[in-house]
Design a protein around this ligand. Structure first.
Ligand SMILES: NC(=O)c1ccc[n+]([C@@H]2O[C@H](COP(=O)([O-])OP(=O)(O)OC[C@H]3O[C@@H](n4cnc5c(N)ncnc54)[C@H](O)[C@@H]3O)[C@@H](O)[C@H]2O)c1
Length: 446
């Protein structure tokens, strides 16, 4: 029996209305689908039902949500089972994270899958978009849905996996630009999922031969990024020792087609790149370059603080401001942010810690056990050290002349204006660009 593509599959449930889920829901709802969104957060559900996006800095999203709400094509509920019961296509985009020991944490998605299983109708298609350890779509979730619902996997309901590959701040654009990789449990699942995406996203498709291939492709992308950033960070540390400048080296090296050296920085954060390598590491890829890269990238916070100590001595009692709680620029996302590693280590070093982030409230920042500090606060004149962790757009215009007692700025993203800072008599440090500190290689060094 096949799904009636014209009628029933125009009802879609999107489970998880975060940065990605809400954007998908809004795009589907503006492409002739009736979308029933589900999220465990009352605030998220309320804002969607008022036609408003709870996600900032996502170009086009606010308009799409408002438009869909006006056209009655998008509604939200905290009752996942009810949303799923009204749909024939169910898209799951609830995060899988890792805990403090880097064990995979399935609590959110397991809960979502149980609720989906209670509401799913015969002939429905379930598509997982969350990044998953290969094998989980079928073995952990497909089988669980079958067990709870009593429906037969592959004949009573269909199963597909299609990773989300977009980048926050340009999700709508990326959904149109990047091909959608799709894998199915069987031929019918693949056909239904591909037909759905052709219509709902109007994008190019890459159909792969299995669920596991599609799952693996996404984790492989993230491992590639982590390993390549680790290489850039390793080269940057060595460049600092050798007195050469990575911002000159990278374009020179990358001027032929076989070199793609990434940008070095103070660390890798967020709920993708530092997490997904563990989906391989925890399943047996526990030797070699994948776990080593994780160590190198997580050590960059420590490396940066050691650099500061080499320049100005002990950090005990120093007033240190970190710019950016978010893991990267212009996104409100603290998961695995390098700032959390910096906070932990600076506390051990007994520094006085201040954090600024225009995307977070003071209460949210204080929740991390640090003092929130506005850049307009006169106390900036008493800071000793400033560390740039996330280069939010607000930091483009910082006037460091107000930081009157500042001894050192560590530019963790190589984005600040070195000349302006050094002219103020402040010691400027960055990652891989220390030519001002050491002489270049001489003939006798070779
Ligand atoms: N954000 C990115 O840049 C990005 C990029 C590529 C892929 N992804 C994938 O998308 C996933 C989601 O990312 P995001 O940025 O949208 O996350 P997010 O943290 O912004 O949103 C997750 C949403 O899921 C909701 N949720 C949690 N448990 C739930 C449950 N049991 N039922 C229903 N809703 C539940 C939360 O309340 C939240 O609104 C990631 O885990 C990753 O696999 C994200």
């Amino acid at each position: 029996m096949t799904i009636d593509q014209n009628q029933s599959s125009s009802n879609v449930a999107v489970v998880g209305l975060g940065k990605i889920g809400l954007t998908l829901a809004a795009v589907f709802a503006n492409n002739d689908y009736n979308v029933f969104g589900a999220d465990i957060s009352n605030d998220v559900v309320d804002s969607v039902n008022q036609g408003s996006s709870h996600i900032d800095n996502e170009p086009g999203l606010e308009e799409l949500v408002a438009n869909a709400q006006q056209n009655h094509t998008l509604s939200a509920t905290t009752n996942t089972t009810k949303a799923v019961a009204q749909a024939n296509v169910i898209v799951v985009i609830v995060p899988v994270l890792v805990d403090e020991q880097n064990n995979i944490d399935y609590q959110f998605i397991d809960l979502a899958v149980q609720e989906i299983a209670k509401g799913i109708k015969k002939n429905s298609l379930v598509i997982f978009e969350t990044t998953l350890p290969p094998g989980d779509t079928k073995n952990r979730f497909g089988k669980k849905i079958a067990e709870i619902s009593g429906l037969q996997l592959g004949t009573d309901f269909y199963l597909a996996y299609s990773p989300e590959r977009v980048y926050s701040n340009r999700i709508i654009q990326d959904l149109q630009t990047y091909p959608k990789v799709v894998g199915g449990l069987n031929e019918k699942s693949l056909e239904l999922a591909s037909n759905f995406y052709k219509k709902a996203l109007d994008c190019q498709l890459i159909e792969v031969s299995s669920l596991e291939t599609a799952e693996f492709a996404k984790v492989a992308e993230c491992v590639y990024r982590d390993v390549n950033i680790a290489l850039a960070n390793e080269l940057a540390q060595f460049a600092d020792e050798q007195g050469v400048n990575m911002s000159e080296i990278i374009p020179a090296s990358n001027s032929q087609p076989y070199s793609h050296i990434h940008s070095p920085g103070i660390g890798v954060g967020g709920h993708c790149i530092p997490i997904y390598p563990y989906f391989f590491i925890n399943k047996g890829l526990d030797q070699g370059i994948t776990p080593l890269s994780r160590k190198i990238n997580d050590n960059m916070a420590n490396h940066s603080l050691t650099r500061i100590e080499k320049e100005i001595g002990s950090l005990e009692g120093k007033n240190v401001l970190i710019l950016g709680l978010s893991y990267r620029e212009n996104v409100k996302e603290p998961t695995k942010s390098t700032t959390l590693l910096l906070i932990d280590q600076l506390k051990k070093k007994q520094a006085n810690l201040y954090v600024n982030d225009p995307l977070f409230t003071n209460q949210e920042i204080a929740g991390y056990g640090v003092i929130p500090l506005s850049l307009d606060d006169p106390f900036v004149a008493e800071l000793d050290i400033v560390i740039l962790q996330a280069f939010h757009q607000e930091y483009r215009t910082i006037d460091f002349s107000h930081f009157r007692t500042c001894e050192l700025v560590l530019d963790g993203r190589n984005k600040l204006d070195q000349n302006t800072i050094t002219k103020l008599g402040i010691n400027y440090q960055s990652i891989g660009n220390q030519t001002n500190k050491r002489r270049p290689l001489d003939e006798h060094d070779k």
